[in-house]
Design a protein around this ligand. Structure first.
Ligand SMILES: Nc1ncnc2c1ncn2[C@@H]1O[C@H](COP(=O)(O)OP(=O)(O)O)[C@@H](O)[C@H]1O
Ligand SMILES: [Mg+2]
Length: 366
């Protein structure tokens, strides 16, 4: 189980949008996820369509040291989907700072809570913490409870000014930690049409070096619409460019996890590939993915498109090719065409012999 804080003291840089949609895309990739709303503005809570009735317990009741009758994890948690839960909050969380200002370990409340909730916490692969837009007690709690932090950066000159401050805060937090926080940075709300965007991209890369995700989250009005609709992008518009961006982020994040945990030679690249890239059923079709850094074109043909090749789109520098295709069939055969060469999908173990003496990749939907 890994805890990921999404933090940056600057408001409006995409913390909540990233918390909701990275969580949703990790869940889409079959991970068990808990999203914790740690911003008293409650944007992750309402952005996922959750309303808190008067008096209903929230994160505040779990964290506050002055609660006479402690609330249980089960009372606070809201299940959004099987294996995707939210720990909501509202403005009551504002009181925490004042209540525990003079407590010696007020920066470890969340870490202690997770230790107390050991059994509940183990139900998840990832816990994502949406932080408020300041470096106050809630962000300190998040950074101390987290294994790693993702710093969303939107391309503006003001955003660059704040990077030193958050990096310095992380250094201070690390002084009292046994293992340093893993740090990732993410460019969000990126508009490649703007002349200064590339300049800012270069500066952010110079600051964070390989901590900066290769995936960029582009500016897309759909991400505003999803929040207003109380849904994640995976639910609201699967197959949209904004969904692809956040799915790419989830995929790149998981790749970094694998790199950290298990060197490729131990795990076997092949098994990573199978676990990760096989065809994925989505609300309005099937996501096909293929990884190849050097190919200049990847297409797919199968029973669903009468074997007329359709192009996959290259999504990232590391050669992740993707395409969502509407499929009405319960089972189907398909193949990829890589620079004109027909080949089976290496991530799909099922194969069937075809009438021409070769084999096709084969899928049977449940
Ligand atoms: N990639 C994006 N494209 C378009 N709008 C975005 C994008 N990311 C965030 N926004 C919008 O920008 C505003 C601030 O984003 P938000 O995630 O709430 O930031 P934070 O949590 O850091 O304050 C919101 O209205 C959100 O919908
Ligand atoms: Mg926010």
């Amino acid at each position: 189980m890994r805890v990921i804080a999404i933090a940056n003291q600057k408001g409006g840089c995409g913390k909540t949008t990233t918390s909701i949609n990275l969580s949703a895309c990790l869940h889409f990739l079959q991970k068990r996820v808990l999203l914790v709303d740690l911003d008293p503005q409650g944007h992750s809570t309402c952005g996922l369509g959750i309303k808190i009735l008067k008096g209903a317990p929230t994160v505040y009741e779990l964290l506050s040291p002055v609660q006479a009758i402690p609330s249980s994890f089960g009372q606070v948690i809201r299940s959004l989907y099987p294996d995707f839960d939210l720990m909501p909050c509202n403005a009551s969380l504002n009181a925490l700072e004042e209540e525990c200002n003079f407590m010696p370990n007020h920066h470890l409340l969340l870490k202690d809570l997770f230790l107390r909730l050991e059994a509940d916490r183990r139900k998840y692969d990832f816990i994502v913490l949406d932080c408020p837009p300041n470096l106050g007690i809630l962000t300190w709690n998040a950074l101390n409870a987290a294994d790693e932090v993702i710093i969303p950066v939107e391309p503006s000159f003001f955003a660059l000014h704040g990077l030193g401050k958050i990096s310095e805060t992380i250094q201070v937090v690390n002084r009292s930690r046994q293992t340093p926080l893993g740090v990732h940075a993410l460019l969000t709300n990126f508009n490649s049409q703007l002349s200064f965007s590339q300049e800012i991209h270069d500066e952010v890369r110079a600051h964070f070096k390989d901590q900066l995700f290769r995936t960029i989250i582009h500016e897309d009005v759909m991400l505003k619409e999803t929040a207003a609709a109380g849904q994640s992008i995976a639910q609201y518009a699967p197959g949209s460019p904004a969904f692809q961006d956040y799915l790419n982020l989830a995929v790149e994040y998981l790749e970094r996890e694998w790199d950290r945990k298990l060197p490729a030679r131990e795990l076997g690249w092949e098994s990573v590939y199978k676990q990760h890239y096989g065809p994925k059923p989505m609300a309005d079709g099937i996501l096909f993915q293929f990884s190849n850094k050097t190919a200049s074109s990847v297409e797919i043909a199968g029973d669903f498109n009468h074997w007329v090749p359709e192009a996959l789109v290259r999504r990232s520098d590391d050669g992740l090719w993707q395409k969502v295709i509407h499929v009405d069939l319960k089972s189907f055969r398909y193949k990829f065409i890589v620079d004109g060469e027909w080949q089976v999908d290496p991530s799909q173990p099922l194969r069937k012999e075809n009438a021409y003496g070769g084999v096709d990749s084969y899928v049977e939907l449940a």
